[in-house]
Design a protein around this ligand. Structure first.
Ligand code: NAD
Length: 495
């Protein structure tokens, strides 16, 4: 059994808190490691390291920062397999899925390599006689990232790539369920020449998070995780005067109109519903079947389910791995137990699937005739359970989605451009796919849901990430002829 350390000031540091958390191998159900859960003092040590590194990091040239990021990107790229195996071992997702996550994470490093362009300010000459005004973007200082278990590489990359490129120093508190990937990332940064203290990793639970939220040396907090915790992070962090972006949970609907290609829609629903065992914030969890598309669509989805091979990441045939913990697997299964009592019809029950003997596995499930007010509809299940809601019209579909408290992602499947255009206009959701089931924006756009899926007003990564990790300074400048100088107590005017 291995022990996972913190990474502070460019070195591994063994936790002395006396508290450890288990790290499982979800595919076997066995504990394979333990992670030190940071004390207040350990968080303080990481923040001190980041504070000490800040002055010289923010003074480094933009090209030297870009240089390090280019080297880091090269190192991550050359060691993809190692990262993928680590993600698969601690998270449970199959290697092809882990490779996809990593590829989408690397996009964010690539975006950050272009930081000199992104940090350009603006300049107005002669706003008044001999007066010029210009604005600068400057880093915030020490910033922290708190991340969920489901993307141990990609979500931290959403945050730290831009934060560091902008001249901030970073303290990452990854999920304690799959913490090793962040340590590999820290080593790769060191190899790329990142100065000590610019990137730090502290593992932990609520004790660590609460210290981050109240630490006076931390200027901003980026959070991705479940909605109740996101709400708490936002309210506590902002009450402590920090800039906070807190991304929460989701319940993503995929609307299928009667004119859609049924096979294409069914392929998309199965891929986006069960990929990563449904443990994605952009997973499709509800298919909204409009009009008479419902029966053939449900049949087409059901027909595809026997193809979804469930197994450990070490099995090259496996398409879907286990859930993150036994407790989470049981919680997901409880929705299947409850659904018939609420009036829904469980067409395929993942509890009956032929599954490996060990590990936190659950097969794929399809639940039809689901309605608002049922737990299976209202809650974010975060597992391989796809619900079908049948509605009569396009308007009913839009109303259903707009009434749901979450607003992370959604998709529409249709051949009608006018209907798709109306959907993009009408729908109260932050990320929309048109015949694209998982519309995660590329790294040069920005990621963010609406409603209970995001607290604060700042999307993550891309241009919004650069905005979040910098503050504007506006300079008004005059180099006057001393001969024209005089005392004038009036408020400055431009005419
Ligand atoms: P989680 O909210 O349980 O944990 C997220 C982070 O918060 C972890 O680092 C954890 O240690 C910390 N945390 C947990 N409980 C805490 C508490 N009581 N006080 C303070 N900190 C606490 O989320 P998770 O289970 O790791 O991840 C799954 C959730 O994340 C899902 O709801 C999913 O939709 C969401 N998610 C959202 C996005 C997005 O972009 N909106 C992306 C990925 C995941």
């Amino acid at each position: 059994m291995y022990t996972i350390d913190h990474w502070i000031s460019g070195a591994r540091v063994r936790s002395t808190s006396g508290r450890m958390g288990p790290v499982f191998q979800p595919a076997t159900g066995e504990q394979q490691g333990q992670v030190g859960l940071a004390s207040v003092e350990e968080i303080d040590a990481a923040v001190s390291a980041a504070s000490e590194a800040f002055a010289s990091w923010r003074s480094s040239s933009l090209s030297s920062r870009a240089d390090i990021l280019f080297r880091f990107r090269q190192i991550v790229d050359s060691r993809r397999d190692e990262i993928v195996q680590l993600i698969s071992s601690e998270h449970g997702k199959v290697p092809s899925d882990a490779a996809g996550e990593l590829a989408r994470g690397i996009e964010n490093i690539e975006f950050a390599c272009g930081i000199p362009q992104m940090l350009k300010g603006s300049y107005s000459e002669q706003v008044s006689g001999g007066v010029d005004v210009y604005s600068l973007r400057q880093p915030l200082g020490v910033v922290a990232g708190i991340t969920p278990f489901n993307f141990p590489a990609m979500v931290p990359m959403w945050m730290f790539a831009n934060a560091i490129a902008c001249g901030n120093t970073f303290v990452l508190k990854p999920s304690e369920k799959d913490p090793s990937t962040s340590m590999l990332i820290a080593e790769m940064f060191a190899e790329a020449g990142l100065p000590e203290g610019v990137f730090n990793v502290v593992h932990g639970d609520k004790v660590a998070v609460d210290r981050i939220l109240e630490h006076p040396g931390i200027s901003a907090v980026s959070f991705v995780g479940s909605t109740p915790i996101a709400r708490y992070i936002y309210s506590t962090g902002t009450a402590n005067g920090k800039r906070v972006q807190a991304l929460g949970g989701a319940k993503n609907h995929m609307v299928v109109l009667p004119d859609a290609d049924i096979d294409m829609a069914a392929d998309a629903a199965v891929s986006a519903g069960y990929g990563s065992a449904g443990e994605r914030c952009m997973a499709i969890s509800v298919v909204v079947a409009v009009g008479d598309v419902a029966d053939p669509l449900v049949e087409a989805i059901k027909a595809r389910l026997p193809q979804v091979k469930v197994g450990p990441g070490t099995d090259p045939e496996a398409m879907m791995g286990p859930l993150i913990t036994g407790e989470h697997r049981d919680k997901v299964a409880s929705y299947l137990e409850g659904a018939p009592n609420e009036g829904a019809r469980v067409i395929v029950d993942g509890r009956d699937a032929d599954l490996p003997d060990k590990g936190f596995f659950l097969g794929v499930s399809l639940v039809d005739e689901v309605k608002p007010g049922m737990r299976v509809y209202d809650d974010e299940i975060f597992g391989p359970v796809l619900s079908v809601v049948r509605v009569d019209t396009y308007e009913d579909a839009v109303r259903l989605i707009n009434d749901h408290p979450y607003g992370n992602g959604t998709a529409i499947f249709t051949r009608d451009g006018g209907a798709a255009r109306a959907f993009q206009f009408d729908i109260q959701v932050g990320m929309v796919g048109i015949n694209v089931p998982i519309p995660v924006p590329v790294s040069y756009y920005s990621f963010g849901g609406w409603k209970a899926s995001l607290f604060g007003d700042a999307n993550m990564y891309g241009p919004a990430g650069v905005d979040f990790y910098t503050r504007t300074k506006t300079v008004t400048s005059r180099w006057p002829d001393p001969a024209t100088s005089k005392v004038d107590l009036g408020f400055p005017q431009t005419k």
